[in-house]
Write a protein that binds this ligand. Structure first.
Ligand code: RP5
Length: 193
């Protein structure tokens, strides 16, 4: 059975393909999937490794457009070739999410994804969770040009976010509400004389 999360009806056919180099990348890429869920954007998720399953990568990237996928989000860490190689086999927009690596904290992933040769673009996102969330939001912004319901869901998401920030101007009050301990006042525990 396919590892992709497949939808049943044409209406729910996936518009976004979220692929990642390893199941260990899911901790990061789940944030892209959760964000698309919040926006009601149908998507599929699949492990596709540029190095361990190169034939699958070629099949996935070259068939995605025919299957109705409109944007691909590709996350990988370290020698992160997945987004670039995917982009080399499709004209769909590919958004690359650098997964934070243990050795170099994701800087290797970021540079691997960002430094594409002219002619084969990949949209390089921020390292880690923020990049995964923003890849989903950017995918929604792209889809919005053709799918008005996605445009409106994205607009609502952004407005709600703005309202939340404006409604919570005092960080100390927010920390108290969330039960987050704040540091004690200067001088109380300090060693300075
Ligand atoms: C990359 O190697 C994957 O994208 C992952 O971030 C990294 C480590 O993979 P595992 O060894 O955890 O499978 O290809």
């Amino acid at each position: 059975m396919s590892m992709a999360k497949q939808s049943n009806s044409a209406e729910n056919a996936p518009l976004v393909g979220i692929i990642m180099g390893s199941s260990s990348d899911w901790e990061t890429l789940q944030h892209a999937a959760n964000t698309l869920d919040q926006l009601g954007v149908p998507h599929e998720t699949r492990v596709v490794s540029a190095h361990r399953t190169p034939d699958l990568l070629f099949d996935y990237a070259s068939s995605a457009e025919k299957r109705g996928i409109e944007v691909i989000i590709a996350g990988a860490g370290g020698a992160a070739h997945l987004p670039g190689m995917t982009a080399s086999k499709t004209v769909l927009p590919v958004l690359g999410v650098p997964v934070e690596s243990k050795a170099l904290k994701g800087l290797d992933s970021l540079l691997s994804i960002a430094q594409m040769p002219g002619g084969v673009p990949v949209g390089a996102m921020a390292i880690g969770k923020a990049g995964a969330i923003n890849a989903a939001l950017l995918a929604a912004a792209m889809l919005g040009a053709k799918h008005p319901q996605v445009r409106e869901a994205y607009r609502k998401f952004r407005s709600a976010q703005t309202e939340r920030v404006l409604a919570n101007p005092d960080p100390r009050a927010t920390a108290r509400t969330l039960g987050i301990a704040t540091t004690s006042a200067p001088g109380k525990k300090g060693t300075r004389s």
